[in-house]
Design a protein around this ligand. Structure first.
Ligand code: PLP
Length: 440
């Protein structure tokens, strides 16, 4: 066997190992999900090898007649689900959608307000010295929302004061960005519409994590509350293929279209546009039922952990109104989020470590933060309900709080997972959730 054939075989071998591991693993990563067999069938179609630059019907490539019809269906479903006047389904990810949104909203060098990372903001919202997309790639100056740690939300009055102060200094803010990666409570969008009008600011909303909840009317409705534009990832609470979308009021349609193409995209991962059409149709049919269970499961998981002595953030607010919960692990025997993340992974429970709002003051950074972030989208997709959340909390507690052996918890986690091997809330629920489609 040649060296190259060995590597070729090794890749397939590793893919298989990963898939088997996923079948045996409790996945609580808040930014992930598992796509339906129908979505997976769509994304291996020939579209993956094609180009369709431009807008459907106005392409600058030939060979697009069927691709155009699919993209128009995707746009139509996205507009319906988000109740949006305009949708661009070409951005290949949430970050690319954010870049297009910034481009449509502001010139480079202009100033925006966004959540800091410690308060749940995403690196694509961050300033230049952090290497953030907004600062380092688009050249925006980024200021941060004033945040109320206790309420785990934006402080409206203090942020309005900040906006006015900057305006008076001549450092005016052009763009207000809501949304984040730790997003348990709806942001106060409508509270800022008046001042946005007064100072000529555009309002954007990054719904990467909560887009699925929004399509079901279960979180907040940014475009009705005053947002001019919103972006989404399609693979977090939306159980899609990895892709992005922009939704907007009609007046932003042209600048967004130009930002996507010719600005940011040449090919736009047409296979994933097809997959997106399929998942949007599934959300139309099953979305409300699925999102309601995600929410119930998040509350149940938080409550079960709380009862077992874990410090779940925002107890006085019912822990969360989305799929995500944040837990301070500094009082556990493992002391920090990194150790908890590593030990749980060895026990077949996959979670993220996460900064807490007060970590910096205590000398912690993202390498060994004080928190962990948990999301219920994927486990819910597999058919789990509140009693299963209690079982997951118990497994975590046995490992992290009681110091039971990793091997024992790993075996029990895999055993527990055996009964949850199909995707629910989809048209086809017979195919195994993690089956790998192979042609040879
Ligand atoms: C995950 C995330 C993104 C980026 O999403 P990709 O689709 O991976 O590019 C953007 N914004 C927020 C708030 C996120 O959480």
């Amino acid at each position: 066997m040649t060296e190259h054939k060995k590597l070729y075989d090794q890749v397939f071998d590793l893919i298989e190992k990963h898939d088997t591991w996923m079948q045996n693993t409790i996945n609580l990563i808040a930014s992930e999900n598992v796509s339906s067999p129908a979505v997976r069938s769509a994304i291996v179609c020939d579209f993956r090898d094609r180009y369709a630059e431009g807008w459907p019907g106005e392409r600058v490539y030939a060979g697009c007649k069927f691709i155009d019809e699919v993209e128009l269906i995707t746009i139509d479903l996205a507009k319906k689900l988000f109740n949006a006047p305009f949708a661009d389904v070409r951005p290949i990810s949430g970050v690319v959608a954010n870049l297009a949104m910034y481009t449509a909203a502001m010139d480079t060098n202009e100033r925006m307000l966004a959540l800091s990372i410690a308060h749940g903001g995403h690196i694509s919202h961050a300033r230049k010295n952090l290497g953030g997309t907004a600062g380092a790639i688009r050249g925006h100056k980024v200021r941060n929302w004033v945040f109320n740690d206790e309420e785990f939300n934006i402080d409206v009055d203090a942020s309005i004061d900040l906006i006015k102060k900057l305006q008076n200094k001549g450092d005016e803010i052009k763009f207000l960005l809501f949304g984040g990666s730790v997003f348990p409570f709806p942001h106060p969008v409508k509270e800022f519409r008046d001042i946005a009008d007064e100072y000529g600011m555009t309002i954007g909303y990054d719904s990467a994590h909560v887009s699925g909840l929004i399509t079901a009317g279960r979180f907040q409705d940014p475009l009705r509350e005053g947002a001019d534009m919103m972006t989404a990832s399609t693979h977090k609470t939306m159980p899609g293929p990895q892709h992005g979308i922009i939704l907007a009021q009609e007046e932003f349609a042209e600048p967004i279209k130009r930002a996507s193409f010719p600005g940011l995209l040449s090919n736009h991962h047409l296979h994933n546009v097809a997959g997106l059409a399929v998942v949007l149709a599934e959300l139309m049919e099953f979305g409300v039922e699925y999102m309601d269970q995600i929410l119930k499961n998040a509350k149940a998981l938080a409550q079960s952990l709380h009862e077992r002595g874990w410090q779940v953030i925002a107890e006085h607010k019912g822990f969360t109104e989305s799929h995500v919960i944040l837990v301070d692990v500094t009082e556990t025997p493992m002391k920090d989020g990194r150790t908890v993340e590593e030990e749980l992974e060895n026990a077949n429970i996959v979670i993220n470590r996460n900064l807490l709002p007060w970590d910096k003051k205590r000398g912690r950074d993202y390498k060994t933060p004080g928190g962990i972030r948990l999301g219920t989208s994927e486990l819910t997709r597999l058919g789990m309900k509140e009693s299963e959340m209690d079982a997951v909390a118990e497994l975590m507690t046995r490992l992290v709080m009681k110091g039971e052996k990793t091997e024992k918890i790993a075996a029990d986690a895999s055993e527990f997972r055996k009964d949850y091997q199909k995707v629910h809330y989809a048209f086809d629920t017979d195919t195994d959730a993690y089956a790998h489609l192979r042609f040879m």
